[in-house]
Design a protein around this ligand. Sequence first.
Ligand SMILES: NC(=O)c1ccc[n+]([C@@H]2O[C@H](COP(=O)([O-])OP(=O)(O)OC[C@H]3O[C@@H](n4cnc5c(N)ncnc54)[C@H](O)[C@@H]3O)[C@@H](O)[C@H]2O)c1
Length: 387
Amino acid sequence: MSKAIRIGLIGYGFMGRTHSNAYSQVGHFFPKDKLTAGHHIVRQAVCGRDEAKVKDFAEKWGYASHETDWRKLVARADIDAIDICTPNDSHAEIALECIKHGKMILCEKPLALNGAQGEKMVEAVEKSGLPNLVWYNYRFLPAVTLAKNIVAAGELGRVFHYRANFLQDWTISTELPQGGAGLWRLDAAAAGSGVTGDLLAHCIDTARWINGDITEVSAMTETFIKERVHTATGKVHPVTIDDACIFLCRFENGSLAQFESTRYARGHKALYTFEINGEKKSLQWDLHDLNRLNYFDHAVPGDRRGWASIHTSDGDHPYSGNWWVPGLCLGYEHSFTHALAEFLKSLDDPKAPKAYPDFRHALGTQYVCDAVLESAKTKQWVKVKKA
Ligand SMILES: NC(=O)c1ccc[n+]([C@@H]2O[C@H](COP(=O)([O-])OP(=O)(O)OC[C@H]3O[C@@H](n4cnc5c(N)ncnc54)[C@H](O)[C@@H]3O)[C@@H](O)[C@H]2O)c1
Protein backbone atom coordinates (compact mmCIF):
# COMPACT_ATOMS: atom_id res chain seq x y z
CA MET A 1 0.00 0.00 0.00
CA SER A 2 1.40 3.43 -0.92
CA LYS A 3 2.10 5.50 2.19
CA ALA A 4 0.52 8.96 2.56
CA ILE A 5 2.85 11.86 3.39
CA ARG A 6 0.53 14.34 5.08
CA ILE A 7 1.95 17.81 4.49
CA GLY A 8 1.67 20.79 6.83
CA LEU A 9 2.63 23.97 4.97
CA ILE A 10 3.75 27.05 6.91
CA GLY A 11 3.50 30.35 4.98
CA TYR A 12 1.24 30.88 1.97
CA GLY A 13 3.14 33.61 0.10
CA PHE A 14 5.17 33.21 -3.10
CA MET A 15 6.77 29.88 -2.12
CA GLY A 16 3.62 28.60 -0.41
CA ARG A 17 1.97 28.81 -3.82
CA THR A 18 4.81 27.21 -5.83
CA HIS A 19 5.01 24.29 -3.39
CA SER A 20 1.23 23.84 -3.29
CA ASN A 21 1.27 23.69 -7.08
CA ALA A 22 3.96 20.99 -6.89
CA TYR A 23 1.94 19.02 -4.31
CA SER A 24 -1.05 19.04 -6.62
CA GLN A 25 0.98 18.10 -9.75
CA VAL A 26 3.41 15.48 -8.54
CA GLY A 27 1.00 12.56 -8.26
CA HIS A 28 -0.30 13.12 -11.79
CA PHE A 29 3.05 13.49 -13.56
CA PHE A 30 5.23 11.25 -11.36
CA PRO A 31 2.52 8.73 -10.48
CA LYS A 32 2.71 6.03 -7.86
CA ASP A 33 0.42 3.07 -7.70
CA LYS A 34 -1.42 3.92 -4.50
CA LEU A 35 -2.42 0.31 -4.03
CA THR A 36 1.03 -1.20 -4.20
CA ALA A 37 4.05 1.01 -3.60
CA GLY A 38 5.79 4.22 -2.75
CA HIS A 39 4.70 7.42 -1.09
CA HIS A 40 2.08 9.95 -2.13
CA ILE A 41 1.29 13.49 -1.01
CA VAL A 42 -1.77 14.58 0.95
CA ARG A 43 -2.34 18.32 1.44
CA GLN A 44 -3.36 18.03 5.09
CA ALA A 45 -3.06 21.55 6.52
CA VAL A 46 -1.74 25.05 5.86
CA CYS A 47 -0.71 27.61 8.48
CA GLY A 48 -0.77 31.41 8.30
CA ARG A 49 -1.37 34.13 10.87
CA ASP A 50 -4.42 35.69 9.22
CA GLU A 51 -7.39 33.35 9.76
CA ALA A 52 -9.52 34.58 6.83
CA LYS A 53 -6.62 34.54 4.37
CA VAL A 54 -5.30 31.14 5.41
CA LYS A 55 -8.80 29.64 5.21
CA ASP A 56 -9.21 31.08 1.74
CA PHE A 57 -5.79 29.68 0.72
CA ALA A 58 -6.70 26.23 2.09
CA GLU A 59 -9.89 26.17 0.03
CA LYS A 60 -8.21 27.45 -3.13
CA TRP A 61 -5.26 25.04 -2.99
CA GLY A 62 -7.04 21.97 -1.63
CA TYR A 63 -5.74 21.72 1.95
CA ALA A 64 -8.03 19.75 4.26
CA SER A 65 -7.60 22.15 7.21
CA HIS A 66 -5.82 25.27 8.44
CA GLU A 67 -4.04 26.63 11.52
CA THR A 68 -2.99 30.11 12.63
CA ASP A 69 -0.18 29.04 14.99
CA TRP A 70 2.71 27.10 13.43
CA ARG A 71 3.56 25.41 16.76
CA LYS A 72 0.09 23.86 16.83
CA LEU A 73 0.53 22.61 13.28
CA VAL A 74 3.92 21.07 14.04
CA ALA A 75 2.48 19.27 17.10
CA ARG A 76 -0.45 17.73 15.19
CA ALA A 77 -0.41 13.92 15.08
CA ASP A 78 -1.97 13.84 11.61
CA ILE A 79 1.01 15.64 9.97
CA ASP A 80 4.04 13.71 8.65
CA ALA A 81 6.09 16.47 7.03
CA ILE A 82 6.37 20.22 7.53
CA ASP A 83 7.11 22.55 4.63
CA ILE A 84 8.76 25.79 5.84
CA CYS A 85 7.87 28.67 3.49
CA THR A 86 8.39 31.56 5.91
CA PRO A 87 11.10 34.27 5.89
CA ASN A 88 14.65 33.17 6.69
CA ASP A 89 14.74 34.21 10.37
CA SER A 90 12.19 31.52 11.29
CA HIS A 91 13.66 28.51 9.46
CA ALA A 92 15.89 27.33 12.33
CA GLU A 93 13.28 27.72 15.08
CA ILE A 94 10.58 25.92 13.11
CA ALA A 95 12.92 23.15 11.92
CA LEU A 96 14.17 22.42 15.45
CA GLU A 97 10.58 22.20 16.68
CA CYS A 98 9.72 19.83 13.80
CA ILE A 99 12.59 17.55 14.80
CA LYS A 100 11.29 17.44 18.41
CA HIS A 101 7.94 16.27 17.04
CA GLY A 102 9.47 13.73 14.62
CA LYS A 103 8.33 15.48 11.43
CA MET A 104 10.14 15.28 8.11
CA ILE A 105 11.17 18.73 6.90
CA LEU A 106 11.09 20.44 3.53
CA CYS A 107 12.66 23.85 4.18
CA GLU A 108 12.97 26.85 1.88
CA LYS A 109 16.41 28.26 1.17
CA PRO A 110 18.65 29.64 2.54
CA LEU A 111 18.86 27.00 5.26
CA ALA A 112 19.27 29.59 8.02
CA LEU A 113 20.43 33.13 8.80
CA ASN A 114 24.03 31.93 9.10
CA GLY A 115 26.27 28.89 9.46
CA ALA A 116 26.04 28.78 13.26
CA GLN A 117 22.23 28.38 13.09
CA GLY A 118 22.57 25.91 10.24
CA GLU A 119 24.98 23.72 12.23
CA LYS A 120 22.38 23.26 14.99
CA MET A 121 19.79 22.27 12.38
CA VAL A 122 22.13 19.75 10.72
CA GLU A 123 23.21 18.23 14.03
CA ALA A 124 19.61 17.80 15.21
CA VAL A 125 18.19 16.48 11.95
CA GLU A 126 21.01 13.99 11.41
CA LYS A 127 20.66 12.71 14.98
CA SER A 128 16.93 12.25 14.42
CA GLY A 129 17.35 10.42 11.09
CA LEU A 130 14.37 12.37 9.70
CA PRO A 131 14.31 12.95 5.93
CA ASN A 132 15.10 16.58 5.10
CA LEU A 133 15.26 18.69 1.94
CA VAL A 134 16.11 22.32 1.13
CA TRP A 135 14.28 23.81 -1.87
CA TYR A 136 17.21 24.82 -4.09
CA ASN A 137 14.91 24.28 -7.05
CA TYR A 138 16.95 25.41 -10.06
CA ARG A 139 18.88 22.12 -10.06
CA PHE A 140 15.74 20.34 -11.19
CA LEU A 141 15.18 22.17 -14.47
CA PRO A 142 15.92 19.68 -17.28
CA ALA A 143 18.66 21.85 -18.85
CA VAL A 144 20.43 22.35 -15.50
CA THR A 145 20.27 18.63 -14.64
CA LEU A 146 21.57 17.85 -18.14
CA ALA A 147 24.54 20.20 -17.50
CA LYS A 148 25.22 18.36 -14.23
CA ASN A 149 25.06 14.97 -16.00
CA ILE A 150 27.45 16.09 -18.77
CA VAL A 151 30.00 17.38 -16.24
CA ALA A 152 29.59 14.30 -14.00
CA ALA A 153 30.33 12.05 -17.01
CA GLY A 154 33.68 13.85 -17.36
CA GLU A 155 32.82 15.14 -20.83
CA LEU A 156 34.28 18.61 -20.24
CA GLY A 157 37.69 17.20 -19.28
CA ARG A 158 39.50 19.51 -16.90
CA VAL A 159 37.23 22.39 -15.81
CA PHE A 160 38.91 25.81 -15.94
CA HIS A 161 36.14 28.35 -15.29
CA TYR A 162 32.69 28.74 -13.73
CA ARG A 163 30.78 32.01 -14.07
CA ALA A 164 27.35 32.87 -12.65
CA ASN A 165 25.14 35.96 -12.43
CA PHE A 166 21.78 36.63 -10.81
CA LEU A 167 20.61 40.11 -11.78
CA GLN A 168 17.43 41.96 -10.77
CA ASP A 169 16.32 45.61 -10.67
CA TRP A 170 13.36 45.79 -8.27
CA THR A 171 14.85 47.73 -5.32
CA ILE A 172 16.19 50.80 -7.12
CA SER A 173 13.41 53.08 -5.79
CA THR A 174 14.26 54.89 -2.53
CA GLU A 175 10.50 54.84 -1.71
CA LEU A 176 10.48 51.08 -1.10
CA PRO A 177 10.19 50.29 2.64
CA GLN A 178 11.99 47.48 4.45
CA GLY A 179 9.90 44.81 6.21
CA GLY A 180 6.51 43.26 5.50
CA ALA A 181 5.28 40.80 2.86
CA GLY A 182 8.00 40.19 0.28
CA LEU A 183 9.93 43.25 1.51
CA TRP A 184 11.35 41.42 4.55
CA ARG A 185 14.19 40.72 2.06
CA LEU A 186 15.41 44.30 2.62
CA ASP A 187 15.55 43.83 6.40
CA ALA A 188 18.74 42.07 7.53
CA ALA A 189 17.10 40.88 10.78
CA ALA A 190 14.55 38.84 8.79
CA ALA A 191 16.66 37.93 5.76
CA GLY A 192 20.15 37.47 7.24
CA SER A 193 21.72 39.11 4.20
CA GLY A 194 20.70 40.72 0.91
CA VAL A 195 21.46 39.32 -2.51
CA THR A 196 24.09 36.95 -1.08
CA GLY A 197 21.63 34.72 0.80
CA ASP A 198 18.66 35.44 -1.45
CA LEU A 199 20.08 35.09 -4.97
CA LEU A 200 23.74 34.04 -4.88
CA ALA A 201 22.79 31.13 -2.61
CA HIS A 202 20.95 29.65 -5.62
CA CYS A 203 23.99 30.17 -7.88
CA ILE A 204 26.28 28.66 -5.24
CA ASP A 205 24.05 25.59 -4.77
CA THR A 206 23.98 24.91 -8.52
CA ALA A 207 27.73 25.51 -8.83
CA ARG A 208 28.65 23.21 -5.93
CA TRP A 209 26.34 20.52 -7.27
CA ILE A 210 27.84 20.66 -10.75
CA ASN A 211 31.47 21.64 -10.08
CA GLY A 212 32.21 20.57 -6.49
CA ASP A 213 33.19 22.45 -3.34
CA ILE A 214 34.36 26.07 -3.19
CA THR A 215 37.50 26.47 -1.08
CA GLU A 216 38.16 30.24 -0.79
CA VAL A 217 36.49 33.51 -1.74
CA SER A 218 37.25 37.20 -2.18
CA ALA A 219 34.20 39.46 -2.25
CA MET A 220 32.90 42.99 -2.38
CA THR A 221 29.41 44.16 -1.50
CA GLU A 222 27.58 47.49 -1.62
CA THR A 223 24.44 48.92 -0.05
CA PHE A 224 23.38 51.62 -2.52
CA ILE A 225 20.40 52.93 -0.56
CA LYS A 226 21.52 53.41 3.03
CA GLU A 227 18.19 54.17 4.78
CA ARG A 228 14.60 53.09 4.28
CA VAL A 229 11.37 53.33 6.25
CA HIS A 230 10.71 50.16 8.25
CA THR A 231 7.10 48.94 8.03
CA ALA A 232 7.22 47.76 11.68
CA THR A 233 7.94 51.24 13.14
CA GLY A 234 7.02 53.66 10.34
CA LYS A 235 10.44 55.27 10.95
CA VAL A 236 13.55 55.53 8.80
CA HIS A 237 16.19 52.92 9.73
CA PRO A 238 19.63 52.11 8.31
CA VAL A 239 19.63 49.41 5.61
CA THR A 240 22.17 46.71 6.46
CA ILE A 241 21.67 44.17 3.69
CA ASP A 242 23.99 43.87 0.69
CA ASP A 243 22.23 45.32 -2.39
CA ALA A 244 24.95 43.96 -4.68
CA CYS A 245 27.69 41.37 -4.29
CA ILE A 246 30.52 40.29 -6.56
CA PHE A 247 32.94 37.56 -5.59
CA LEU A 248 35.83 35.57 -6.99
CA CYS A 249 36.53 32.05 -5.79
CA ARG A 250 38.47 28.84 -6.26
CA PHE A 251 36.91 25.39 -6.48
CA GLU A 252 38.48 22.25 -5.03
CA ASN A 253 38.95 20.94 -8.61
CA GLY A 254 41.30 23.88 -9.37
CA SER A 255 38.85 25.91 -11.45
CA LEU A 256 38.45 29.68 -11.00
CA ALA A 257 35.08 31.38 -10.75
CA GLN A 258 33.28 34.68 -10.59
CA PHE A 259 29.78 35.32 -9.26
CA GLU A 260 27.75 38.53 -9.39
CA SER A 261 24.34 39.43 -8.02
CA THR A 262 22.49 42.71 -7.67
CA ARG A 263 19.00 44.17 -7.43
CA TYR A 264 20.22 47.31 -9.23
CA ALA A 265 20.80 46.03 -12.79
CA ARG A 266 18.16 48.16 -14.52
CA GLY A 267 16.33 46.08 -17.13
CA HIS A 268 16.96 42.67 -15.56
CA LYS A 269 14.15 40.93 -13.64
CA ALA A 270 15.67 37.54 -12.78
CA LEU A 271 18.62 36.97 -15.08
CA TYR A 272 20.23 33.87 -13.62
CA THR A 273 22.93 32.61 -15.98
CA PHE A 274 25.90 30.30 -15.67
CA GLU A 275 28.73 29.20 -17.94
CA ILE A 276 31.31 26.43 -17.46
CA ASN A 277 34.44 26.21 -19.59
CA GLY A 278 36.28 22.89 -19.78
CA GLU A 279 39.19 21.59 -21.78
CA LYS A 280 36.91 19.81 -24.29
CA LYS A 281 33.49 21.43 -24.00
CA SER A 282 31.70 24.49 -22.62
CA LEU A 283 28.15 24.80 -21.30
CA GLN A 284 25.94 27.85 -20.88
CA TRP A 285 22.47 28.31 -19.36
CA ASP A 286 20.09 31.26 -18.97
CA LEU A 287 16.94 31.27 -16.80
CA HIS A 288 15.15 33.48 -19.34
CA ASP A 289 15.46 30.66 -21.88
CA LEU A 290 15.36 27.87 -19.35
CA ASN A 291 14.56 24.95 -21.64
CA ARG A 292 17.80 25.40 -23.59
CA LEU A 293 21.34 24.30 -22.73
CA ASN A 294 24.00 25.89 -24.93
CA TYR A 295 26.75 23.43 -25.71
CA PHE A 296 30.12 23.86 -27.40
CA ASP A 297 32.06 20.73 -28.38
CA HIS A 298 35.65 21.22 -29.52
CA ALA A 299 35.68 17.67 -31.01
CA VAL A 300 33.38 18.76 -33.85
CA PRO A 301 35.37 19.36 -37.12
CA GLY A 302 36.67 22.93 -37.21
CA ASP A 303 34.58 24.14 -40.13
CA ARG A 304 31.33 23.12 -38.36
CA ARG A 305 32.35 23.89 -34.80
CA GLY A 306 30.13 26.34 -32.89
CA TRP A 307 27.65 26.75 -30.04
CA ALA A 308 24.70 24.36 -30.30
CA SER A 309 21.46 25.07 -28.49
CA ILE A 310 19.85 21.93 -27.06
CA HIS A 311 16.11 22.19 -26.42
CA THR A 312 15.83 19.87 -23.42
CA SER A 313 12.23 18.83 -24.05
CA ASP A 314 12.80 15.38 -25.51
CA GLY A 315 11.79 12.19 -23.73
CA ASP A 316 15.42 11.33 -23.02
CA HIS A 317 16.14 14.64 -21.27
CA PRO A 318 15.88 14.71 -17.47
CA TYR A 319 12.25 14.86 -16.23
CA SER A 320 10.85 15.97 -19.65
CA GLY A 321 9.45 12.54 -20.55
CA ASN A 322 7.04 12.81 -17.60
CA TRP A 323 5.30 15.82 -19.17
CA TRP A 324 4.17 16.65 -22.70
CA VAL A 325 5.43 15.71 -26.17
CA PRO A 326 8.93 16.67 -27.44
CA GLY A 327 9.35 20.34 -28.33
CA LEU A 328 6.92 21.70 -25.73
CA CYS A 329 8.31 23.84 -22.91
CA LEU A 330 8.46 23.47 -19.16
CA GLY A 331 8.67 26.44 -16.78
CA TYR A 332 9.93 27.66 -13.40
CA GLU A 333 7.15 25.88 -11.48
CA HIS A 334 8.16 22.44 -12.75
CA SER A 335 11.48 22.65 -10.90
CA PHE A 336 9.57 22.40 -7.60
CA THR A 337 7.55 19.40 -8.80
CA HIS A 338 10.78 17.66 -9.82
CA ALA A 339 12.39 18.39 -6.42
CA LEU A 340 9.36 16.86 -4.74
CA ALA A 341 9.39 13.81 -7.04
CA GLU A 342 13.05 13.25 -6.06
CA PHE A 343 12.16 13.58 -2.37
CA LEU A 344 9.38 11.00 -2.68
CA LYS A 345 11.71 8.72 -4.62
CA SER A 346 14.25 8.87 -1.81
CA LEU A 347 11.55 7.89 0.72
CA ASP A 348 10.74 4.89 -1.48
CA ASP A 349 14.42 3.90 -1.55
CA PRO A 350 16.30 5.58 1.35
CA LYS A 351 19.64 3.96 0.38
CA ALA A 352 19.75 5.39 -3.17
CA PRO A 353 21.87 8.53 -3.75
CA LYS A 354 19.81 11.70 -3.27
CA ALA A 355 19.47 14.18 -6.17
CA TYR A 356 18.23 16.95 -3.86
CA PRO A 357 20.11 19.11 -1.37
CA ASP A 358 19.60 18.11 2.24
CA PHE A 359 20.36 20.25 5.31
CA ARG A 360 24.06 19.30 5.25
CA HIS A 361 24.49 20.27 1.62
CA ALA A 362 22.63 23.53 2.24
CA LEU A 363 24.95 24.17 5.20
CA GLY A 364 27.88 24.00 2.77
CA THR A 365 26.20 26.69 0.67
CA GLN A 366 25.55 28.72 3.85
CA TYR A 367 29.27 28.51 4.68
CA VAL A 368 30.13 29.95 1.25
CA CYS A 369 27.65 32.83 1.84
CA ASP A 370 29.15 33.47 5.29
CA ALA A 371 32.70 33.51 3.84
CA VAL A 372 31.59 35.91 1.07
CA LEU A 373 30.10 38.36 3.60
CA GLU A 374 33.15 38.10 5.86
CA SER A 375 35.51 38.71 2.95
CA ALA A 376 33.53 41.78 1.87
CA LYS A 377 33.83 43.13 5.42
CA THR A 378 37.51 42.35 5.99
CA LYS A 379 38.66 42.92 2.37
CA GLN A 380 40.64 39.66 2.65
CA TRP A 381 40.46 36.24 0.96
CA VAL A 382 38.50 33.90 3.27
CA LYS A 383 38.70 30.09 3.43
CA VAL A 384 35.34 28.30 3.27
CA LYS A 385 34.43 25.88 6.09
CA LYS A 386 33.62 22.32 4.99
CA ALA A 387 30.11 21.08 5.76
N1 LIG B 1 13.42 28.55 -4.02
C1 LIG B 1 13.16 29.75 -4.52
O1 LIG B 1 13.30 29.98 -5.72
C2 LIG B 1 12.66 30.84 -3.61
C3 LIG B 1 12.02 31.96 -4.16
C4 LIG B 1 11.49 32.90 -3.28
C5 LIG B 1 11.63 32.74 -1.91
N2 LIG B 1 12.30 31.67 -1.41
C6 LIG B 1 12.44 31.47 0.04
O2 LIG B 1 11.16 31.10 0.57
C7 LIG B 1 10.93 31.69 1.85
C8 LIG B 1 9.64 32.50 1.81
O3 LIG B 1 9.76 33.49 0.78
P1 LIG B 1 8.47 34.05 0.00
O4 LIG B 1 8.99 34.74 -1.20
O5 LIG B 1 7.47 32.98 -0.16
O6 LIG B 1 7.98 35.13 1.06
P2 LIG B 1 6.52 35.77 1.19
O7 LIG B 1 6.70 37.04 1.94
O8 LIG B 1 5.83 35.77 -0.13
O9 LIG B 1 5.75 34.69 2.10
C9 LIG B 1 6.13 34.43 3.42
C10 LIG B 1 4.95 33.81 4.13
O10 LIG B 1 5.32 33.49 5.47
C11 LIG B 1 4.26 33.87 6.33
N3 LIG B 1 4.74 33.99 7.69
C12 LIG B 1 5.71 34.80 8.17
N4 LIG B 1 5.87 34.58 9.49
C13 LIG B 1 5.00 33.61 9.83
C14 LIG B 1 4.68 32.95 11.05
N5 LIG B 1 5.28 33.26 12.20
N6 LIG B 1 3.72 31.98 11.05
C15 LIG B 1 3.09 31.66 9.90
N7 LIG B 1 3.34 32.25 8.72
C16 LIG B 1 4.29 33.22 8.68
C17 LIG B 1 3.77 35.17 5.71
O11 LIG B 1 2.50 35.53 6.19
C18 LIG B 1 3.75 34.76 4.23
O12 LIG B 1 2.59 34.02 3.92
C19 LIG B 1 12.19 32.49 2.15
O13 LIG B 1 13.04 31.74 2.96
C20 LIG B 1 12.82 32.74 0.78
O14 LIG B 1 14.22 32.90 0.83
C21 LIG B 1 12.81 30.72 -2.25
